[in-house]
Design a protein around this ligand. Structure first.
Ligand code: GZL
Length: 334
């Protein structure tokens, strides 16, 4: 009797383990080739809910994330493009939960509105890693780790480029192209810039509107700024390079010289912006690192092994002036 009971218990443990492993193989992404061997069932799956494809920076970040299965064949990736809509990202997270992925990674288009769906992920025992922009949630245990930039510092660095060039006592009319309203990239950069110019009594932000991080919108909004205050604006502060690229087109069409008549600073560090700065059409770039794939892979491994080292990993980034642009251009990876 005793032997039979022990055999029954042992069978249950094996079956449970087998079912667990079976779940892993069932959730394996369509990217991977199907394999009869149980080894493929051990692949871990990351579900990535991306913001969209709004900028050169985002294109580079998406490419870096999609490299993960090549960096480590034990990982598969399910990738969703949110098209800059929070409801699409929430749907993607629910789909990842239904597919029982091992890790959910989210690049949140905006800061708030995530509590409910991240609670669903927690209830499903799926760790959530926030990547790039950040979230604000009431229960911090909903987020396992964060990988990204210090956006306020990026704003401070952009302001310093202006102050270093003009001095604190200059009289400046600044036009601001904001990023996506409600995103931590926009909130942080604006806060950092505004704090840094507090001791510059004659710096005035005379125009401020969102260009939603895109070239097209950046051009459109800059055209409107120029139409109403074109002859007053000395400085353009763009929360990302893509809006600055669009704005530079608008400035030239207006008949002014970008980088000379209007001093331009922006954030990201994409190749196109370095080329424009090398051509004298911009004056300063604050780098923001999009190459987050390797960090997401490493953090995912640590989380799944129960050995997470850091709950928050902030990217190290540089600042570049027009004089440095030509030399830096060949080094740009995105
Ligand atoms: C910053 C990132 C921003 C970039 C933009 O981490 O969220 O979103 O600065 C992108 O180019 O659209």
């Amino acid at each position: 009797m005793k032997f039979k009971k022990l055999a029954a218990i042992a069978a249950t443990v094996v079956l449970a383990t087998g079912i667990f492993a079976g779940c892993g193989s069932q959730s394996t992404s369509s990217n991977s080739s199907s394999s009869s061997s149980s080894s493929s069932s051990k692949k871990k799956v990351i579900g990535y809910a991306q913001v969209g494809a709004e900028s050169g920076w985002r294109t580079a970040e998406t490419a870096s994330i999609k490299e993960i299965p090549k960096l480590d064949p034990n990982f598969d990736l399910k990738f969703s493009d949110g098209q800059q809509k929070q409801e699409n990202q929430i749907k993607a997270i629910r789909s990842f939960i239904a597919q029982k992925v091992d890790i959910i990674a989210l690049a949140p288009v905006v800061e708030t509105g995530w509590d409910t769906v991240l609670k669903e992920a927690k209830d499903a025992k799926i760790p959530v890693i926030i990547v790039d922009r950040n979230v604000k949630v009431a229960d911090e245990s909903l987020v396992t780790a964060f990988l990204g930039s210090d956006m306020e510092e990026e704003g401070r660095r952009a302001a310093k480029l202006v102050i270093d060039h003009f001095g604190k006592d200059a009289k400046l009319n600044i036009a601001e192209l904001q990023g996506t309203v409600g995103s931590t990239a926009m909130i942080g950069r604006q806060k950092g810039f505004n704090e840094a110019i507090k001791d510059c009594p004659n710096y005035k932000i005379v125009k401020s509107q969102t260009g939603d991080f895109t070239r097209a919108k950046g051009k459109e909004v800059m055209e409107a700024f120029l139409k109403s205050d074109g002859d007053k604006i000395n400085v353009l502060w763009a929360h990302n390079d893509d809006m600055a690229v669009g704005a530079i087109q608008a400035i030239e069409e207006y008949g002014k010289k970008p980088g000379k008549d209007i001093f331009i600073v922006s954030v990201d560090g994409i190749k196109d912006m370095f080329q424009l700065m090398a051509d004298g059409k911009s004056n300063g770039i604050v780098e923001c690192n999009p190459l987050l794939g390797p960090q997401l892979l490493e953090t995912s491994k640590q989380v799944l092994e129960g050995k997470l080292k850091y709950k928050k990993v902030i990217s190290k980034e540089g600042v570049f002036t027009q004089e440095q642009a030509k030399a830096e251009l060949p080094n740009r990876k995105y």
